[in-house]
Design a protein around this ligand. Structure first.
Ligand code: PXG
Length: 469
């Protein structure tokens, strides 16, 4: 029997050994992981996953912000199976198309609301969020070239924003550790600061005032670069990987005013926020702004199979179509029939089970209320929620809001306690993050809250023992 055939019969240690010997994981210190050994996830059902030792773990991160409809959905497996048996692959280059890709494009267009006459009738497909943002860079620059303004090249992103890990995605994002590797960002990408009130707000400044000031950094940057050189601004509606940074409600309208004033394109990167995470198909609807391009991935298939893309608004689509000639860009898997068939089945589930209403209505409100109750915990400095996303900031001193020394890695300590006690939460510095499957019931939320509280209690005990609180 080959190694592959016998893989399921291997014990945890053997799998960890093979893993360390052959698999270079993303965003990982390979050497230290090889010493510790990976956790091996073998199975998922509903809101839970199980590891190779049989431990049941409540997945409050939906895989990686994506398993919106939960694990073990037969409808999605059936859709993939049926499509694989009918047509597992065909490309969409050379004047060909396939039925699921066409149906999905039409369906997505019908789900993306028009704002002020700007509609989303077109989709460009990729297989991930990173690739989609590469497509955005290509499309934005092509758009301005076609309009005879080739100098409009610069795309402005935000510090601590995340737009993927390819060369273009990492450049658009504002993660300093990523920029430090490989001479990033590439030319003609600029950044402004993030609208993070807790860190950037001034003494005596209200959060609403801060939102206007933070949006104003975009105008300052445009003016310092020269508006005639600025092509687009890209941002997440709510920053996900950066730690669930929810902007003040005054932020987006002011950003809209500024991009309109200078005529620059607005890209809404909704890889995390679309497909129900914030209670809408697309999150720009929640905040009421008018993007020209919308990046999606993850939740479009609930992560069951890779698929991403860009919703191309009428302003850009018209120019690309009417004046464009050949757009020299695309991927082998653009419009992959199996991925598109799974996306259609996933959208069916979200619709049939009323998951948008679930998040926007009573259950979302219950999540927000129960999560907010954690603010009584001695380690919790502040709480933010938005839709089915939440963040807890761990602090050393609740009253003075004093933060932990980063060397203590309080967030990582807490994450360790979560894992050991059957809960997956993400630590972004000292911000503890959840983005649970949208199918969670109020009972599931109660269970999650119990587990979070337990992990916080263990973390507090640990840090107290070490004299750190
Ligand atoms: N844009 C946004 C807003 C994202 O959140 C990407 C683009 C890139 O998508 P792909 O499919 O290329 O990974 C993302 C991905 C984390 C984490 O640790 C978040 C993401 C990916 C990996 C880790 O929170 N978001």
């Amino acid at each position: 029997m080959s190694v592959l055939e016998s893989a399921h019969d291997l014990n945890t240690r053997e799998i960890q050994g093979m893993d360390a010997a052959h698999f270079l994981h993303p965003f990982t210190d390979f050497k230290s992981l090889a010493v510790r050994g990976s956790r091996v996830i073998t199975r998922g059902q509903g809101i839970y996953v199980w590891d190779s030792e049989g431990a049941q773990i409540l997945d409050a991160m939906s895989g990686l912000w994506c398993v919106n409809v939960g694990y073990g959905r037969k409808e999605l497996a059936d859709a993939a199976h049926a499509q694989m048996m009918t047509l597992p692959f065909y490309n969409s280059f050379f004047e060909t198309t396939n039925v699921p890709a066409v149906k999905l494009a039409a369906r997505l267009s019908s789900l993306a609301p028009s704002v002020d006459g700007r509609s989303f009738e077109h989709v460009f497909y990729s297989s991930s969020g990173s690739e989609s943002n590469d497509s955005n860079v290509r499309m934005v620059r092509r758009y301005w070239d076609l309009l005879g303004k080739p100098k409009r090249k610069i795309i402005i992103g935000r510090l601590n924003g995340y737009h993927g890990s390819t060369v273009a995605g990492a450049s658009l994002g504002g993660m300093s550790a990523m920029h430090a590797q490989g001479d990033l960002p590439i030319p003609d990408i600029a950044h402004i600061d993030q609208p993070y009130f807790l860190e950037k707000g001034l003494a005596g400044e209200s959060i609403e005032e801060f939102g206007i000031r933070a949006a104003g950094w975009l105008e300052e940057k445009i003016l310092s670069l020269g508006a005639e050189r600025v092509a687009a601004f890209i941002a997440e509606p709510v920053q996900g990987a950066g730690g669930v940074i929810v902007p003040p409600y005054t932020y987006w309208p002011e950003i809209q005013r500024i991009v309109d004033k200078y005529g620059i394109l607005l890209i809404s990167d909704e890889v995390i926020c679309a497909f129900g995470r914030l209670g809408h198909w697309f999150a720009y609807e929640k905040f009421g702004y008018k993007p020209d391009l919308v990046t999606f991935a993850k939740g479009v298939t609930s992560g069951y199979i890779p698929l991403g893309g860009v919703m191309v608004g009428s302003r850009v689509a018209q120019v690309l179509i009417e004046r464009g000639g050949e757009f020299a860009h695309g991927y082998t898997y653009s419009g992959h029939p199996v991925a598109c068939a799974v996306a259609l089945a996933n959208i069916d589930i979200i619709e049939k089970e009323g998951l948008l209403q679930h998040v926007r209505g009573d259950v979302g409100a219950y999540f927000s209320r129960r999560f907010g109750e954690l603010s009584d915990h001695p380690l919790v400095g502040s709480i933010q929620t938005c839709g089915f996303m939440g963040a807890i900031l761990l602090v050393r001193n609740k009253r003075s809001a004093e933060r932990f020394d980063p060397g203590i890695e309080a967030g990582m300590q807490c994450r360790g306690h979560c894992f050991r006690n059957g809960l997956i939460m993400r630590a972004v510095g000292d911000r503890m993050i959840v983005a649970p499957p949208l199918v969670m019931t109020t009972g599931d939320i109660d269970e999650m809250m119990q587990l979070i509280r337990k992990a916080l209690d263990f973390t507090l005990k640990d840090l107290t023992k070490r004299g750190l609180v």
